[in-house]
Structures are given as structure tokens and as C-alpha cells.
Design a protein around this ligand. Structure first.
Ligand SMILES: CC(C)(COP(=O)(O)OP(=O)(O)OC[C@H]1O[C@@H](n2cnc3c(N)ncnc32)[C@H](O)[C@@H]1OP(=O)(O)O)[C@@H](O)C(=O)NCCC(=O)NCCS
Length: 300
């Protein structure tokens, strides 16, 4: 049977799409593809499938472009091939088709860490590893006090200052891999979706010293206890690191989201980061749930 790579928007097989995404999530091979994101990628044609003509879908891949300090990156994930033929078809597509885009520095594919994958055959090299760490939100999450000069607010508070939060986020992540300066508009879009779960601790001058930006989500087909407290951003101002502030705020965020109904929590760590944040997360009970290796092919 011939194998073909087609855009997902060109096919109309909801049952197959459902099967692919459910399979990825249940097998812990994809990270938070929120239903809206999946639908958006499909609707805009930003997803591929491999299918036998005529016949079943044997692989799938979504993508998005993101601006990073290295230039525009075409980021491919998640990825699900069923068999070598589908795997090769998707890597072949990734290695060739996107390079015609202008202003594109590289293609990066996020692959579950449990390979082996044939991606090296297509000119990709392993550049980074990320973990998703999960934790059950049981009664055992204990608070640890913040330094006495700090007070916790959420984004509904009168002291919430969008520009201060944006500046703090950008300076905390400056120099980190793939970091691109966020605008106040980006921060607004994040915070507006769940202001109660976007937390900061302010010092006496009302400057944010730590941010914990979270979502509370219920995801279909997901292996974690639902709903999930997703700690999307945790950062501490460089002048106040190693005082236990990151740990205290992470505990505070988990306790607040648990009170709101969360039954598990998730956080991600860049294993190449000099801050080794995974140590902090493991120390408060998070355990590795997914590993992603990022494979890169530069655009010539
Ligand atoms: C990662 C980050 C949030 C940690 O914040 P932090 O406030 O420094 O974290 P903590 O102080 O709670 O813990 C950090 C380390 O300091 C130690 N520590 C805590 N209090 C301390 C104290 N009084 N004296 C010395 N060390 C202390 C902790 O034990 C921990 O050690 P470990 O790395 O061996 O586990 C911070 O470095 C940061 O914002 N980095 C940039 C952004 C980033 O990488 N965010 C994570 C995204 S993946």
C-alpha cells in the first residue's frame, strides 16, 4: 500500500483523529495538547498525518512556529508514528518541506525520550532534554513560609501590575534557552484566562519577587488525576534566589489550586538549564512523568 503524508485539514476522519490524540495522551507520549490547541492546529492545516491510500492513519504530527533568540523555529510535536514507514515519512517531511519558509533558523522536533528514533538519519541532532514532572495533590502538600517581607497576591488584586510582572518574567528568564522577550500583551493573554491562579509575591516596594503562573485544567483522555494544576511558569528574581522562595511559592500555588479542586499538579524542567530547577521540583514531591528530547536541524 502506498504511504502518503497529507495535511490533517484535508481529511475528514474524526474517529481517527480522536484515536491518535487519545493514544498519545494515554500512553504519556504527549504533553498538554489542550483541545483548543489541537482543533486550532487542525483547522489551520498545521498538522500532518501519514495515511495509507486508502486506509488507516499511521502517524501524526502537529507544528507551530515560535520566535526564539535563535530566530524563528518550526517546532514539531507531538509525534506518533505507527511503524517505521510512517516514522520515516514524517521525518522526511520535517527535513525537507519546511526549509522553504523564509526567516526560519531551524526545525526542532520534540520526541518522547524512550526512542530509539530514526531522526538522526535525517540530519537532526539532539540539542536539549525537557522533563514533565507530575505530583498527586494529596493532603500531604505542606506550606513553607515565605520571607516575612513578602506578600502573596493574585492577578485580581489591586496591586497587580501587568508591566512589572512582564519585566520580572523577562529578566528572570534572560539568557535561558529558547527564551524570547514576552510583551505585556502576551502576559495579559496568559493572566486573563485564570487570574486567580496567577500568583506573585511582592516585596515592601510592591516589586514582584516570584511569579507562579498556573492553569487549572480538565483534560480528556489524560492519565493524570483530574483536574490538573499546571504550573506553567515559576521564576524568582535573580537578586532573591536560593532563599527558598521558589519552593515556598510552588507549595503555595499547589495548595491554592488543590483548594480549587485540583487533584494533581504538573511542572516542566529544562534539563540543560543552569538553575537545575528539577532538583527543587523533586524536593517537593514531583516525579518525572515524561521526557522529551529535542532534535534540531538547522536551516541551511
Ligand atoms: C528555578 C528557580 C525558580 C528557583 O528559585 P529559588 O527561589 O532560587 O529556589 P529555592 O531557593 O526554593 O531553591 C533553590 C535551591 O536553593 C536551596 N536553598 C533554599 N534556601 C536556601 C538558603 N537559605 N541558603 C542556601 N540555599 C538555599 C534549595 O535547597 C535549592 O537547592 P537545590 O537546587 O539543591 O534543590 C530560579 O532559579 C529561577 O527563577 N530561575 C530562572 C527561571 C527558571 O529556570 N525557572 C524554572 C523553569 S524550568
Amino acid at each position: 500500500m502506498p504511504t502518503d503524508v497529507v495535511r490533517l485539514s484535508e481529511i475528514d476522519d474524526a474517529a481517527d483523529i480522536e484515536r491518535i490524540w487519545a493514544g498519545l495522551l494515554l500512553a504519556n507520549r504527549a504533553d498538554v495538547p489542550r483541545p483548543a490547541n489541537v482543533i486550532g492546529r487542525i483547522a489551520s492545516g498545521n498538522a500532518l498525518v501519514v495515511e495509507h491510500q486508502p486506509g488507516p492513519i499511521t502517524g501524526a504530527m502537529g507544528w507551530r512556529k515560535s520566535q526564539t533568540a535563535d530566530g524563528v523555529i518550526l517546532r514539531l510535536d507531538p509525534f506518533l508514528p505507527e511503524g517505521e514507514e510512517a516514522e520515516r515519512a514524517l521525518f522526511q517531511w520535517a527535513a525537507t518541506k519546511p526549509t522553504s519558509a523564509t526567516n526560519q533558523a531551524a526545525v526542532r522536533i520534540w520526541l518522547p525520550g524512550d526512542g530509539p528514533w530514526l531522526v538522526a538519519d535525517y540530519g537532526f541532532t539532539h540539542v536539549r532534554t525537557f522533563l514533565r514532572l507530575d505530583r498527586a495533590l494529596l493532603v500531604d502538600v505542606q506550606p513553607s513560609p515565605l520571607p516575612a517581607d513578602l506578600v502573596v497576591i493574585d492577578a485580581n488584586d489591586a496591586l497587580f501590575n501587568l508591566q512589572d510582572w512582564t519585566d520580572m518574567y523577562n529578566s528572570a528568564f534572560a539568557g535561558e534557552w529558547e527564551h524570547w522577550q514576552s510583551s505585556a500583551f502576551d502576559m495579559h493573554n496568559f493572566v486573563i484566562s485564570s487570574p486567580t491562579f496567577c500568583l506573585a509575591a511582592l516585596d515592601q516596594g510592591t516589586n514582584p519577587v516570584v511569579l507562579a503562573l498556573c492553569h487549572l485544567e480538565t483534560l480528556a483522555h489524560d492519565a493524570r488525576a483530574q483536574p490538573v494544576a499546571d504550573v506553567v511558569i515559576l521564576c524568582v528574581a535573580s537578586r532573591r534566589r536560593k532563599e527558598g522562595i521558589g519552593e515556598s511559592m510552588l507549595r503555595e500555588a499547589m495548595i491554592r489550586l488543590r483548594t480549587a479542586g485540583a487533584r494533581s499538579a504538573t511542572i516542566r524542567a529544562d534539563m540543560g538549564s543552569r538553575y537545575e530547577s528539577y532538583r527543587l521540583y523533586e524536593g517537593v514531591g514531583f516525579q518525572k512523568a515524561l521526557e522529551f528530547r529535542i532534535w534540531e536541524r538547522s536551516t541551511p
